[in-house]
Design a protein around this ligand. Structure first.
Ligand code: KG4
Ligand code: ZN
Length: 346
């Protein structure tokens, strides 16, 4: 009956969670506000904010769990991938705690943890399952044969889906992170108002950079063209007026295309593998249009669809804790001199 204390610090969320025998007892997240005015995460500011937040966040996770630090059997932490300075704060903290308590240390891959967030609820997918993991930095289709046996079978060859949401929002003059705002405006818009083409990418891979460029040209020319023009067809004032008047329809049409790119590949993966246990993971799985569309396609395709609760979709430490739980059961412990890594495949 392991009690795991988990720490997540890969990007701009400082998070800690406690899990006892695979049940999440607490899940604390401090989102760093300092980046908003810069339109994206500033790595050095993220590291400093992690240093400020980590002790209170871990304290609160322990308090809410009703456990004390002496009840903890192992410390799990995000070892990769992420911003190296941000990862270092969590890794040093986790290593120091494990060393001082003389308990095992568990290194967790952030993307593997996003997938395993699907094992937190009581109603869990059966194995094997497919997981579409969509976050700010990754877009993957993962085949999962057991908690610790998973393989990436498709991924983006350029930008991630979350990046497509955030960059579109930036072009529309919306603040970072723009994904949730596009979701909000899309609810009031017509998804078929404008048509952005779907990229033809082989196998189960994705691409979002062409879409991003066509949105840029589309906005530059106020919807009159989405190909490059040496001189824009409209003035900056007309462009701004076009965006303001059609914001809901633009957001709905972009969101519709991102969702269709994602779900057409997921459908292909299901047909190719014969797997109908289908999960969603990562920050973009908070998108209401994506959640509705996967359920709709799922019922047409005979899928059992699993979507983690909202707090387990975006970055959190509960997903690190549940992964730590399975690694503890498999005695997959890390040496105390392990280093974090900005980019690491699993
Ligand atoms: O998984 P996550 O919290 O962090 C990473 O590991 O990247 O994902 C963050 C991404 C951001 O791109 C954010 O805009 C996007 O998830 N996101 C959304 C929504 N909520 C978060 N994108 C679309 N609709 C949402 N409701
Ligand atoms: Zn993430």
């Amino acid at each position: 009956m392991p009690a795991i204390l988990a720490i997540e610090s890969s990007c701009d969320e400082t998070a800690a969670a406690v899990c006892v025998d695979g049940m999440i007892k607490s899940n604390i997240i401090a989102t760093q506000q300092v980046h908003q005015k810069y339109g994206g995460v500033v790595p050095e500011l993220a590291s400093r904010a992690h240093l400020q937040h980590i002790v209170p966040v871990v304290d609160e996770a322990l308090n809410q769990s009703g456990l004390t630090i002496r009840d903890i059997n192992a410390i799990a932490f995000t070892q990769a991938p992420g911003l190296i300075g941000a990862l270092l704060v969590g890794a040093q903290f986790a290593k120091s705690l494990a060393m001082s308590l003389t308990i095992p240390l568990i290194a967790v891959h952030h993307m593997q943890a996003h997938v395993l967030a699907n094992l937190i609820p009581e109603h869990k997918p059966g194995f094997p399952f497919l997981c579409l993991t969509v976050s700010g930095g990754h877009t993957q289709i993962v085949r999962c044969d057991s908690p610790l046996d998973m393989k990436v079978i498709g991924q983006t060859i350029d930008d991630a889906a979350g990046e497509a949401f955030d960059k579109t929002a930036k072009m529309l003059g919306l603040p970072y992170p723009g994904g949730p705002l596009i979701d909000k405006y899309a609810k009031e818009g017509n998804p078929h108002a404008y048509r952005f083409t779907e990229p033809q990418i082989p196998a189960l891979d994705f691409s979002f950079s062409g879409l991003k460029t066509s949105i840029l040209y589309f906005l530059q020319n106020a919807g009159k063209s989405n190909v490059y023009k040496e001189t824009f067809l409209v003035s900056p004032e007309e462009r701004q007026a076009f965006i303001s008047a059609n914001l809901n329809d633009i957001c709905a049409s972009v969101q519709e295309r991102i969702i269709s790119i994602l779900l057409n590949k997921l459908r292909k993966a299901s047909h190719e593998t014969g797997i109908r246990e289908i999960c969603l993971a990562g920050g973009v799985s908070a998108n209401s249009g994506l959640r509705e569309a996967i359920k709709r396609i799922g019922s047409a395709e005979g899928w059992n669809v699993y979507i983690p609760a909202f707090e387990y979709c975006t970055d959190n430490a509960a997903m690190i804790a549940i992964t730590g739980h399975y690694k503890f059961l498999a005695s997959q412990f890390a040496p105390l001199d392990i280093s974090p890594s900005a980019r690491a495949s699993w």
